[in-house]
Design a protein around this ligand. Sequence first.
Ligand SMILES: Cc1cc2nc3c(=O)[nH]c(=O)nc-3n(C[C@H](O)[C@H](O)[C@H](O)COP(=O)(O)OP(=O)(O)OC[C@H]3O[C@@H](n4cnc5c(N)ncnc54)[C@H](O)[C@@H]3O)c2cc1C
Length: 497
Amino acid sequence: MVNNIHIIGGGIGGLFTGALLAKEGYPVTVLERGAHVGGGLQSFTRNGVAFDAGMHVVGGLQPGGSLNRICRYLGILDQLHFRQVDADCGDEVVCLEDDMTYRIPQGIEAFTNYFQQLFPEEKENIQRYVDHLFALADQVDFFFLRPGSDSSPSSDKAFYQSSKEFIADHVRNPKLRSLLAYLSPLAGGDAGYTPAYVFSLINYLYIKAHSRFEGPAEQLAEALVSKIQEQGGEVLPCAEVIDIQMENGRVQSLTTADGRTFPTDCVVSSIHPQSLLKVTGGQLFTKASKTRLMSAPNNCSAYCVYAVLKEGTFPYMNHPCYCWDSYDKVWQYGKYDEENWPQNFVFLTPCEVNQGPFARALQVVVFVPFSICERWAGTTVGKRGPDYEEWKRKHTELVLNKMEKVRPGFRDCVEHLYDATPLTVRDYFNEPEGSLYGLLKDSRNPYAGYLPLRTKAENLFMTGQNVYLHGCCGVPLTAVMTAEAVIGEKDVIVRKL
Ligand SMILES: Cc1cc2nc3c(=O)[nH]c(=O)nc-3n(C[C@H](O)[C@H](O)[C@H](O)COP(=O)(O)OP(=O)(O)OC[C@H]3O[C@@H](n4cnc5c(N)ncnc54)[C@H](O)[C@@H]3O)c2cc1C
């Protein structure tokens, strides 16, 4: 039994791993760089209206879902306030090319029927596609928290195929192909290259049933912190780990930016591996793997616009809305075309506690490459200069113009506007290149985007979105695997969920 476990990073991965280990009786200390814990679960308030920095739609929280099972086991489910998206329209897709709106229902059968009615000539192909898509998801045991699961690769050659090819192998109509790919921004931003099995897991989460928090997403972070503390653990903000001391292949202690040293028996890293590499220097990785890791590509970032709306002007939507200029733009998430930007984006109205018929907030997320603000990469918050402010003003205006096309009259509903760029995302989450989901999972190089749970140091483990799966459901699933690896007993937690 170890006497203390230190977790680097108080985001979703760090807090779930900490809460699981604390529940198993381990003494846990979470070290978080920021003044607020939560990582992707953080929320902020503008003009009295709350916005989520990262977490807008959540899969697996419905009864029986994997995230629901983990939260129930941790005893935090009762503290969470969330609701399902609309059953008859879990997601809306708007295509400006032919002025079409698609209201995609929740549930696998309803989803299948919906597209079969729109494309009757492809009825059998759609059924074959849906069956194969969910058969791929079913092969990922850890996703369903099945005991005895292993990570042996699937024999289905479609598993690592690109999602674009996977869809094209099943249906013929180009419009249908694009529509079936509408969730690609949640699967990794680049539908052309995202491996089909990642795409299948995201589809499973969001087609089966997805939820949104009532009130800020930070409620989940608060619930996890209180569980860790109840078990005698600690969660320390303003504790950026900047150095790791190793001896005989083991981590001996951690040092934080304010000069504190934490002697340790065991460490779980829940930060981006490129950030960990900077902290550990060359000690943990061979020269070759260090070079490979530092040059591994990351997922795209986001340009976000946050609008505080005038009261009683804009209806609350109980689902996200995906917008494209044209059908082919579903394959262009994360790309930047200066002339026609933005060509695809997602918007939603966050759900307040006691949400009424009108929204007070609206958030637009445009998926963009980090390179669009590379020229200010060396600057810090508040000191990026007037040209950056002007660049932002222009881009936010372009987003408003496009929103006006999707929802005519939108401009008149806006009371205040705020924006965030890839630099904001980078600095807020300490995520290299402001990446939304960490290392790119790429069907052309399927193993480059994954990290093992274990490292060269026998008492240093990894968790977070770069191990297995990203997102509010994927990261807690990974936390279960990491916690079991730390305990050294497979299925010790999974059997209790
Ligand atoms: C704008 C945006 C929108 C998103 N929308 C959704 C969504 O709707 N649904 C969904 O499921 N997912 C969404 N995601 C993805 C989701 O937020 C991530 O997959 C998830 O937060 C990853 O969890 P993590 O624990 O790996 O990292 P994080 O949650 O980012 O946590 C990492 C933590 O480590 C801390 N840290 C970094 N370096 C150090 C250090 N040296 N010392 C100490 N602490 C450190 C950071 O400050 C941070 O708190 C979104 C992400 C973004 C950026």
